[in-house]
Structure formats: C-alpha cells, structure tokens
Write a protein that binds this ligand. Sequence first.
Ligand code: 5RP
Length: 230
Amino acid sequence: MSDDFKRLAAVSALEEVRNGMRLGIGTGSTAEHFVRALAERVAEGLEIVGVPTSERTASLCESLGVPLATLDSCPELDLTVDGADELDARLTLIKGGGGALLREKIVARASQRMLVIADESKQVATLGAFPLPVEVVPFGLRATRNAIEAALATFGHDAPISLRGGDTPFVTDGQHHILDIELGQIKDAGALSRALLDIPGVVDHGLFIGIADAAYLAGPGGVTRLVPVT
Ligand code: 5RP
C-alpha cells in the first residue's frame, strides 16, 4: 500500500516538470517511481536532462533512456525531485536512509526548487524518530564519533550511534561511511546542523533545512501538496 502511495506522490510531482528543464533526480524507492514515470514521458517526447543523485539512480535512468548530465557539465538545475525519510511542517527533512544524502544535498542546493515526494507516513510533528544519518570520512572514525557524542551531549542528547553496515561498513558513492544517530526528537535542527558540520570528520548530515519548496504527500485520502509553514 505504501508503495502505491509513493508512486502516486511521484507521478503527481511530475506535473511540475516542463519541457527543457534541467532536473535533479533523487534516490530511493519513491524516487525510482519518479524515474519510471519520467522515462515514460521522455519516450513520449518530453525533453529534459537529468542529474542523478547516486550511482543507483544513474543506472536506473540509463536503463530507461532518461538523458543524463553531470552536475559539473550542468551546475545550475531548475528542479530537483527526491524522497525523504521524515519531514515536518516547515519542510525540514531527514534524508539519507538510502545513503545518498551528500549528493542529494549538493544537487538540491544547485536547484532553483526542490520537491519532496513521499507517502504521508513520512510527515511528523517533530523530526528525529528516524535515525539521523551523518556521513563521515573513514579516517579517524572513532575520533569523529567521539566528537559527535560530545557535541550531542551539549544538546542533552545521549543518543545511540551506530555505524551503518556494522562490521562491513556501508560505503557511500563518495567513499565515506554513515553513522546513524537515534535522537528520538530533534528540537533545534539548525543548531544541531551547525554543531555537526563543525566536526572535521563530518562530511555532511541528513538534515535538509530550508531547501525543500514543496512536498507531494500521498495517502488513503489522495495527494496533498504542502508548502513550508513559516
Ligand atoms: C536516500 C534518501 C531517500 O530519499 C529516503 O531514504 C527515502 O527513501 P524511500 O523513498 O525509499 O522511502 O534520502 O538517501
């Protein structure tokens, strides 16, 4: 059922795609629905060029005939469409459940607009039930993890941190690892973001703040288009 809602949200967002657009293309199961629907429109004559946010999305686009460019050859994008693991009323997001958060954020920030596509279960009152992914360089992993723990302590968080993949650590497209932090609740996303980014071994984290312009959420009652509550 949730997969049907993901597809519905993805297809709805496609209505904002126009001929000639340079598109950032997200990663994950909802983004895959978007790619499949986009590929059908391309086969019918829609002209777009896509910049994928992961090797996985690039492979899917190539297999379905969606024209691709790199962000280097096409550094300014019109629109990015991507999924999310959680979103709140301000459209602050947690992303990175699929491990692509760094490229996803780079691509979204290079876009004039970002649309989120998700089943409505991803909408929450307070972010943090979904573990926050933090992308870290492998060098000095323990020191970085200690520094993250110390930073979290200043926010009163004593949150379990796990290395994604455990003994066989997950490796991102950028050759980094991911630490997942079970925060439970994130009260001040901006302050947490700044504290994490201040740690040298942290490459980026899955909080997307002030990046999403709208969200298509689908559920049993249909699709809702949300814009950020200010
Ligand atoms: C990948 C992501 C995904 O957008 C997020 O995990 C949502 O995935 P799905 O659409 O499969 O629920 O951030 O890094």
